[in-house]
Design a protein around this ligand. Structure first.
Ligand SMILES: [Zn+2]
Length: 389
């Protein structure tokens, strides 16, 4: 193979002519190139052939992928052309995107790394500034998105918020459960943001949505309920279980206070120490905690049954669908226990409330089994702990 062809291969220069290769004093490799005859004088936006305008600002350099540990640059003239539609612009070059100081393959690699590793790691490995990584990602994404409608054919989606940077800054994000892709994101976490997405989706596509997974936030469920008539809202299991665990802790505190007020110091001490035990997954309990739990069963039946209810709710999401349905139906049997204690303002009431949610949202729980993962774990760059049960 002739040396020129080797350079073309090494630097992915299919539609360019290599004029010269030289090693600079600083150690960088500079390859002088020009677009081949077919690629010359084209508009960077519409790719049409255009008349030349002037020579622009002279020769330019594009950073290419390093050759081993050596920096590599492509150098070429950057004349301007006059497009009838887009005006006067620097002519397109086949090795780089418009308005970029990096070659196409350099940017593609950077964007791939940015998706698969941390931005700091990319910036160090590629030897570019941290901000540059962001700009490169923006250019690659814009090219990928052009002519592609991410919102087409959406049927089963997940809506959630994630916090970004420090402080109370949030993004509302929408993922497609069928492709596992992030399809939309926008700053803010309020009803107006969700409505922006629904607006963009349009009436017809809103009607095609069959399932929306989300937490119980009204700013998501209300607009979805109003504008997606065929969508079944499927609650995130984490939030459902959290309702029950919060209620269980309220019961524990009430029983503890009762014991204290009645002067039963030993009982109060035991109940106080049961807090973490009740939160913990049963399979992670230590021998000592297991003994404590057995003791709890003896000293307070109601608290223990509340604990069992919470565990059952967790199990519903872990077992196969048909078993979960049996458990959900069986949950109805707990109602008398809750009802007999459920005076207004009583913690049992909130526990009963969460049980009711579990029961009425039977379809929602069922729908959950057809989703591969809770929304927050599907795509989030920094996974939140919340969806893990
Ligand atoms: Zn043009």
């Amino acid at each position: 193979m002739r040396p020129v062809r080797i350079w073309k291969k090494l630097l992915a220069l299919e539609r360019a002519v290599v004029e010269e290769v030289e090693l600079e004093q600083g150690g960088a490799l500079v390859v002088s190139v020009r677009p081949n005859a077919r690629e010359r004088g084209r508009c960077p936006h519409c790719r049409r052939r255009c008349p030349g305008y002037d020579w622009g600002e002279g020769r330019r350099r594009w950073r290419a992928l390093d050759l081993g540990t050596t920096f590599a640059y492509l150098e070429a003239e950057a004349p301007r052309v006059q497009c009838r539609r887009h005006g006067v612009l620097v002519a397109a070059v086949p090795w780089a995107r418009h308005d970029s100081n990096f070659t196409r393959s350099f940017e593609d690699q950077t964007a791939w790394l940015a998706v698969n590793t941390s931005k700091t790691a990319v910036s160090e490995l590629m030897r570019i500034a941290w901000r540059t990584v962001g700009w490169i990602c923006g250019r690659v994404m814009a090219e990928q998105q052009a002519g592609r409608d991410l919102l087409a054919g959406l049927e089963r989606i997940g809506v959630d918020e994630i916090s970004v940077r420090k402080g109370q800054r949030y993004l509302t994000v929408v993922v497609c459960h069928d492709s596992g892709r992030l399809v939309w994101a926008h700053p803010g976490r309020d009803r107006a943001t969700v409505e922006k997405f629904l607006e963009l989706l349009g009436k017809q596509r809103c009607e095609q949505i069959t399932l929306v997974s989300c937490d119980m936030a009204e700013w998501i469920t209300k607009p979805i309920g109003e504008r997606c008539p065929n969508a079944e809202v499927c609650y995130d299991p984490f939030h459902l279980v959290k309702l029950a665990t919060d209620a269980l802790d309220e019961i524990r505190r009430e029983v503890w206070n009762d014991a204290r007020n009645a002067g039963q110091a030993q009982l109060a001490k035991e109940l106080k120490g049961a807090r973490f035990l009740l939160w913990k997954n049963p399979d992670r309990l230590t021998e000592r905690q297991k003994l404590k739990l057995a003791r709890l069963q003896e000293i307070n039946q109601h608290l223990y049954r509340g604990y069992l209810l919470c565990q059952q709710l967790r199990i519903i999401y872990r077992v196969p669908c048909e078993h979960a349905l049996v458990l959900l139906d069986a949950a109805g049997g707990c109602e008398p226990l809750i009802g007999s204690n459920g005076s207004a303002g009583s913690p049992w009431r909130s526990l009963s409330h969460s049980r009711r949610i579990a029961r009425v949202s039977r379809v929602r729980v069922v729908a959950r089994f057809f989703l591969p993962l809770p929304v927050t774990r599907q795509w989030a760059p920094v996974p939140r702990v919340t969806s893990q049960m």
